[in-house]
Every structure is written in structure tokens, then in C-alpha cells.
Design a protein around this ligand. Sequence first.
Ligand SMILES: [Zn+2]
Ligand SMILES: [Zn+2]
Length: 559
Amino acid sequence: MTTIPARRSKLTAKLRIVPLGGLGEVGKNMMSIEYGRNLIVIDSGMMFPESDMLGVDYILPDWEYLLDKKEILRAVLITHGHLDHIGALTHFLKEFNVPVYATRLTRGLIEVKLKDEQMLETTNLHTYTAGDVINIGPFTIEPYHVCHSIPDSVGLGITTPAGLIVHSGDFKLDHTPVDGWPTDQAKLAEFSRRGVLMLLSDSTNADQPGATPSEAVLENSFHQIMREAPGRLIIATFASLISRIQQIVNVAERHNRKIAIAGRSMVENTKMARELGYLTIPDNMLVSLDEVKNLPPQQVIIMATGSQGEPMAVLNRLATGRHHSLQIQDQDTVVLSSHTIPGNEETTHSLINRLFQRGADVYYGPVAQTHVSGHASQEELKLLLNMLRPKFFVPVHGELRHLTQHGKIAQQLGMPKSNIAVIENGYPVTIDEDQLEIGQRVPGDYVFVDGSLVGEVGPMVMNQRDGLAQSGFVTAIAGYDRQAGRAVGQPRIITRGFVYVPDADDLLSRAEDVVRATASVQGGTGPHKVEEKVERALSSFFYRETKRRPVVTVALMEV
Ligand SMILES: [Zn+2]
Ligand SMILES: [Zn+2]
């Protein structure tokens, strides 16, 4: 048991929660819970970009709200090891070096990321376990076990001076989970007896009727696929779906297939989960990618990353023939064991097409049951609401349509509308005198990460990338005489991705005329001012002529 002393405030404190990510979207979950001069954060996730966010690697929550609250930030509590809950943690800790609490497996997965960033030594990591009681300032934290698609997931009971908050984490009520450890309903009943002030509950599947199927149903599908696959099996899933990997191992054992793991993140996660005892793979079953070549194809399973068509992941490199040691061969069967993240449909479909082109058979969502969700559907959500009977309710984790649906479900169960806050990122909720108030929005925008540039890629840059992808670019270079205020010599026009140059002589020579004509200003004007004017003229010229908007840049060299 760990205790961090509270700092008391003389003012009457109020309970305030501010969602900083994951409300109004699927991904980058982050919630701030504040009471007086004490603040804790739950999860610190990242999100993969939608296909219209060109060239962005991933997206972080906008934690600007916390910047002037560094002094009162006590800890980050992590619910489980998925990237939409831990993926932003290294970035976050660079800004706020506060204690991090996570369960054993989650901690292991976090350590992998910290090691990559050489931050392991400087980070203050704590392990908590379902059933623990931890005091952090005025908060008493009780992690409880929940079922999800990764082992060692927890929800959190958080006792505050204003009352008990329950945060569900990501959960489902699977009665036959792969690890045999169902959601702790006894603990939920205990919370209920104590009285729940506010419930924050996972809304990812709030628009799905019924209950989410158990992970156990996949066993049959995998069994059938393994029996029928004539050659190698390549199974792609998320690197963090440890439960799925375990399930495939279990079935593979019965079919006498060996398993090789491809893709750095999956290799690392598997290694960590095995060391910690969350994944059981017999030693003689695990083979290297090189050993695969010496085995009969019908004895091989390759587990890989890249089920979303991520360009650098193993599966995409196989589909495009760019993997250093593996190729798709005849009689290969590829299984995509994951859902397609909204926005990734196009890339996933083209991935599947490419795999077919190379001669593989492909099993994916609509044609076979190769994935079940890790999130509760409507009947399970109702059960949780009914069990806890919270006074206030804030649906979390989901797009606005999911949150709204979840709010409606609570109303159907008899909760007054005024006690339900359906809100997106950045809207603070204050509990004051038994009333729920939604305040003015704090910043909650996207922070884009592109390679090593954090937050420098704004909407402006995104627009330019959009333009580049749609219509290419045109660069005009000309000499410029400041005294005379005009272009001199022959302008040069360079273009890529806009028009096929050999066929566009006429268009480009008229563009040169536009440069000459518009680069004629009053003598003494600096080249930068004139460049902008020429850019505008060229843009509208190209739009008039082609109805397209290439990105236009002009460089005038003073002579
Ligand atoms: Zn999750
Ligand atoms: Zn999640």
C-alpha cells in the first residue's frame, strides 16, 4: 500500500473531471480528475490518424489544460496496456514526471516503451493489482479486474471527498475469457452498496445490441481455418492483443503447428508477456522466421502485425513484396484477426486485394469470425448501470454517436437527463451541491506526431499535404530586380504530380507569362511581398485552367 499525503486547500473544493482525450473519438484516452489542489490522470493514450491526415504517424491528447496544474498533478493511473491508453505516456512523462500506476503486465508493456526512449531509470513506476487500495492525496484508488482483449486490465474505484467515482476502463462481461478471469462483479456490487456518485463507462460498442460474444467463440473459427489451410498460416492482429495470441497458440498446439512471430512490437510484447507469465507458449513451439523455411508449410503459423494496412508493418511489406526475408507463396492463408479501425477501411481493403493478387487466400471480418470485440455491448452496459446505480453518468471512450447512445441507454434505465453529461474532449464537468455542471471548453484539439515533430504539424500543414496529395505542386523560380520592381530573365517552372509535363507545354509557358506579368510592381518592393502576389496569381491561373489547386510556391532571386 502506497500513500502520498494530500495537500489541503482552504477554499471549498469541488470535484471536477475534464476529459482530455477519447470522448468524441475512438483512441487517445485520457481523463483528468481534480479535487481541490489535487489532480490525477487516468490513461495516456495515442490515436492512429484517419486516412485524410496525411503523413501523420499518430496523434496525442492535447494536455494544455494540465500545463499550469503541474504542481497539483499527483499521478497517472493506467487501466490496461493498449496503445490508446499507454501510447502517449512517454510524451506525457517528458512534460510531467509524475508517478505512474499500472498492473504488472501493463507495466511491462510500458517499460518496453520507456526503454526505447531511455526513460526507464527516470520514471517513477508503481505496480498495482486488482484488489489493492492505494491512497493518492485525497483519493483512494481501488483497481478491480475487468475482462478485455488484453490480460491484466482494470477498472478503477476512486473515492474522493465528494463521493465514489467508478471508471470502467475498457471492458466486457465475458464469462469465458481466455485467461479464465472474468470481470469482478462482486467488487462492482460492493461499490454499489457504498453508493456511486459518478460512473464513467466505456461506450465503444454502445450502438451494438445484445452482448458481445465471448473470446471463446473464436476458438472454433481458428480450429476450422487451421484444419483447412493447405499451407502456411499468416495471422495478423494488433501487437497488444495478447489474449488473441494465446488463443492461437492453444489451437495451434492441437494442429501441430509451430509459431514464428514477425514484427518488432509483437516480438517485444510477446517476450514481455511470456516473462511475466501472461502468455504461455511452449519453448519448442516457438521458432524463428529463418527456421520457418525448413518446416513443411502446413506446420507453420506466422503471427504478424499490420492488420490495418500500416505501411511499415509486416503484413503490408508481405503484400507489397518488400519484406527482407519472407514472401507470400502459393497456398498461404492470411487471417486478419482484428476489426478495421474507422477511417482505415480503404487501406485495409487494398491490403486484402494485394494479398489475393500474390496468391494468398485471405480470411477477414465479413467472411469469417476472426475477431470479437473487447468492449461491452448494450445489454452489458445496462447491467453495469443497473448494478452501480450511479447518481451521475458520463459516457467515455467513443465517438459522439456512441456517447449519445450510451446516454440514451442510461435514460431508458430511469436516470434523469440532467444527471447525464454527454460531452466531447475538453468539456469540464463539475459536481457542485449535488448538481452536475458542464463548463466552458478547455483546449482539446489534436496534437499530431510526425516522425520526431511533436505538435508542429497543425491544420495548416495538413491542408498543404492534402493539396499536395490531390494536385501536386508547382514551383516558379525567377530572377528579380528590386530597383526596377520586375522579374528578369526566363522564369523556370518546376512541377510534380500536377500535370504530365510533356503534354503541358502550353499551360506552363502561359504560367511563365503570369509570373512575368504579376512580378511587376513598384520599384524598391522586397521580393517576399512580390512572391506572395505571384503565388496568388498562379494559383488562380491554374484553377481557372485546370479546376485543380496544386500547392504553389514562388522563389524570386534578387539579381
Ligand atoms: Zn483497450
Ligand atoms: Zn481503448
